[in-house]
Write a protein that binds this ligand. Structure first.
Ligand code: NAI
Length: 460
């Protein structure tokens, strides 16, 4: 049954994850009528199977680390074990609270939510069951799923994805983590803190290989110190599963026995069987192709978030949702600057970055300057006993175009770094700012002092 009696709404959104719901909220705020179609739960991967629950696990892991390291701060404490059921109920309660808030927010803006699996049936209509929702515009925001490798079957018991890892009811004794992107490194970090034997297998030469090489190397050193085994530049050959666990083999001939294999080799677009190609939407390996305005080749259809090629980050989804809503409401939003999106891997220690890596900057600009400030010179880092560094990438006599940090809590510093790169600040401008002492943020200030030729707490 089509909604022909009421006529088309302004915007039909397929998928209520970070990008889809942000578009819905902004569009409704701007006076557009919105229908949001969701087959599972509003909030999508980030809220239910990604950012939020993993950070809750990481917070529990940090508490374990604090207990285990407390002796070095003069505090006697004994680690008595992990009650995974309680860890999971803490994690679930955080998700539930945010979900309730989000549901209320969507309701309060007058957005109609339709539950069910939607399917694009024309450039202006989405079918959900026997209902057809017509819209002047359609936004595809169906997100991504955890991919695997050809021939590597996920059995959800011994060979698992991050979705399974998030609902595990026990701490595994040992794990092989395949893929050292953000997901692989965050779970490796959590499980190591919980006491598991962790082995990472990464095809490229470094952990977090898309980050600046300086950050990757610092994370590798920190993970080595934490007892996380790393096989870098290693090709996965296969896995044999048995009741007691898995045997993972690498092309080098190495075999690794473990209780679990976590497959964290990237996320693919959720687009198959949703009618996109039948309606003529151009795709590439399932990713929906868009222009700089997030328009597909079909003028009434836009797409955003993990579904289009590019960065798969919740905060990018939020920004893209706002952008599309404003464009459809007739505003002229400023183009999104994908070069200056902050990225954080919330492992112990954290890796945070914004702007270009040294390698990317060299490729784009030729000559560049880099400067590394070691956290050994930063008072607060020494109080926290965290190792790490801030690396700046700048144009010679020009602005800072990349900031790369490793250390506990550096994720919270990336917002300042983001202002620096987005506003194309010169090192001398930032060096001029007085940073509070003793904070981690001082490390950013000191790095810029050094880049401006005025190093303070730096050995010559
Ligand atoms: P990813 O693409 O970032 O990393 C996958 C890793 O697997 C790569 O380093 C790749 O070289 C490796 N790999 C691929 N095939 C392999 C093979 N055959 N053998 C060994 N290694 C292999 O994907 P990931 O970590 O699964 O995350 C998916 C997306 O979600 C990413 O875009 C990520 O940025 C995002 N995400 C972001 C988080 C954050 O911002 N904190 C947290 C979790 C995910």
């Amino acid at each position: 049954m089509a909604d022909s009696a009421t006529g088309p709404v302004d915007l039909v959104i397929l998928g209520g994850g970070s990008g889809g719901y942000a578009a819905a909220l902004r569009a409704a705020e701007l006076g557009l009528s919105v229908v949001l179609i969701e087959k599972d739960k509003l909030g999508g991967t980030c809220l239910h199977r990604g950012c939020i629950p993993t950070k809750a696990l990481l917070h529990s892991a940090e508490i374990v680390d604090n207990i285990n390291e407390s002796e070095s701060f003069g505090i006697r404490s004994t680690f008595d074990g992990i009650d995974m059921a309680k860890v999971n109920s803490y994690k679930d309660s955080v998700v539930a609270g945010l979900f309730k808030g989000l549901t209320g927010l969507i309701r309060s803006r007058g957005i109609e939510v339709v539950e069910g699996t939607g399917r694009l049936v024309s450039p202006t209509a989405v079918a959900v069951g026997d209902r057809v929702v017509e819209g002047r515009h359609v936004l595809l925001a169906t997100g991504s799923y955890a991919k695997t490798l050809p021939g590597l079957d996920i059995d959800h018991e011994r060979v698992i994805t991050s979705d399974d890892a998030l609902v595990l009811d026990r701490v595994p004794a040992s794990v092989v983590v395949l893929g050292a992107g953000a997901i692989g490194c965050e779970f490796a970090s959590v499980w190591r803190s919980y006491g598991a034997e962790v082995t990472i297998v990464e095809a490229l030469g470094h952990l977090v290989p898309l980050e600046d090489e300086s950050s990757s190397k610092l994370l590798e050193r920190a993970f080595r110190k934490r007892g996380i085994t790393q096989h870098l530049g290693a090709r996965f050959a296969g896995v044999k599963t048995a009741d007691h666990g898995v045997t993972v083999s690498l092309e080098s001939g190495t075999t690794i026995d473990a209780e679990l294999l976590l497959v964290a080799v990237g996320r693919g677009p959720v687009s198959a069987g949703l009618g996109y190609e039948e309606v003529g939407i151009a795709t590439d390996r399932g990713y929906v192709l868009v222009d700089g305005d997030l328009r597909t080749n079909v003028p009434t259809v836009s797409a955003l978030g993990d579904l289009r090629p590019g960065l798969q980050l919740a905060h990018v989804g939020f920004a893209e949702g706002i952008y599309v809503a404003e464009r459809l409401a007739g505003l002229r939003p400023a183009p999104l600057d994908y070069d200056n999106v902050p990225r954080v891997t919330y492992s112990h220690p954290e890796v945070a970055s914004v702007g270009l890596t040294a390698a990317a900057a060299r490729e784009r600009h030729g000559e560049i300057r880099t400067l590394t400030y070691n956290l050994a010179g930063n008072g607060k880092s020494q109080i926290l006993r965290t190792a790490g560094a801030v690396t700046l990438v700048a144009l010679p006599d020009g602005p800072v175009i990349g900031v790369h940090m490793v250390g506990d809590r550096v994720g919270e510093l990336i917002a300042e770094a983001q202002l620096i790169t987005n506003w194309e600040a010169l090192a001398v401008d930032v060096a001029q700012l007085i940073h509070p002492h003793p904070t981690l943020s001082e490390a950013l200030g000191e790095a810029h002092l050094a880049l401006a030729g005025k190093p303070l707490h730096v050995h010559g």
